[in-house]
Design a protein around this ligand. Sequence first.
Ligand code: NAP
Length: 284
Amino acid sequence: MPFRTTVITGATSGIGKETALALAKIDHALYLLVRDVQKGEALKKELIAASGNRSIFVVHCDLADMQSVVNAANELKGKLFAINVLINNAGGINAKRQESADGVELTFAMNHLGHFVLTMNLMPLLQKGQARVINVSSEAHKAARPQYLNDIQFSNDYSPIKAYGLAKLCNIYFTLALAERYGNLGITAYALHPGVVSTAFWKDAGFWGNILSWLARPFMISAEKGAQTSIFLAGAVKLSPKLNGQYFKKGEVTKTTLAAQNASARNKLWQISEQMAAPFLPAL
Ligand SMILES: NC(=O)c1ccc[n+]([C@@H]2O[C@H](COP(=O)([O-])OP(=O)(O)OC[C@H]3O[C@@H](n4cnc5c(N)ncnc54)[C@H](OP(=O)(O)O)[C@@H]3O)[C@@H](O)[C@H]2O)c1
């Protein structure tokens, strides 16, 4: 019997891959949501060989395409009775402004909106599993302001740092909103910063991002180290109820900015997300 049933996005690389490997080794049944199925199948083989755990499954899911996210959630609903852990890990930064399949600014789509649609569509399974939802955010959220929500598409004034900062601030708003709205149904939510990690993340960071990553390279931690907080939150036998909705760094609760605790911005994001994703959300 698997210890837990865990769904993870972005496991084909970096922090997600190390998280999946560690959880495979402690007998989680793993559902790998991937945009590239070939990569996903290769990863599945690698994880089975390294862990001996055969309860590893690949599901196609492009977070930048809301219909694909709904299809993935439906596939999981057809296969599973309950989910115990959902790790919304996939993400990235984009040097130039791009749009998703649904015409949404790509950084917001892949880091936040796709995960919002996924989580809401999986809600019945998450409730049955009394699930932990783990959102991989970043200290980059500290550079963002709640006012950025006024132009979520960055149609006028795109910068990778601003768009990424906002998307990661949204991960924190979403975490607190889940704790507030679904805590009484047994769902808990956690956000985290993994550290500054040497992964493929930096390849799309643009000119300034490249300079920053070149300067930071000697201080970057490995993907294995960067995965430790996700592994702790997903793998801990028990977590105190006080931790619900909190933001973690190095395995411990850490402070966010005042902007990240702004309740009206949090509610505004929820409304914006519901409006933008309306055709892809389940009837409540
Ligand atoms: N690296 C850092 O220093 C750092 C710091 C703070 C926070 N983070 C956060 O940590 C998380 C993991 O990043 P990482 O450093 O491990 O980066 P990474 O090595 O580039 O991995 C990103 C993962 O996300 C997947 N992904 C990207 N867009 C997707 C989409 N549209 N649909 C489905 N999957 C998609 C990628 O899939 P493919 O393999 O198909 O590309 C890959 O598996 C991200 O949320 C990132 O923002 C990273």
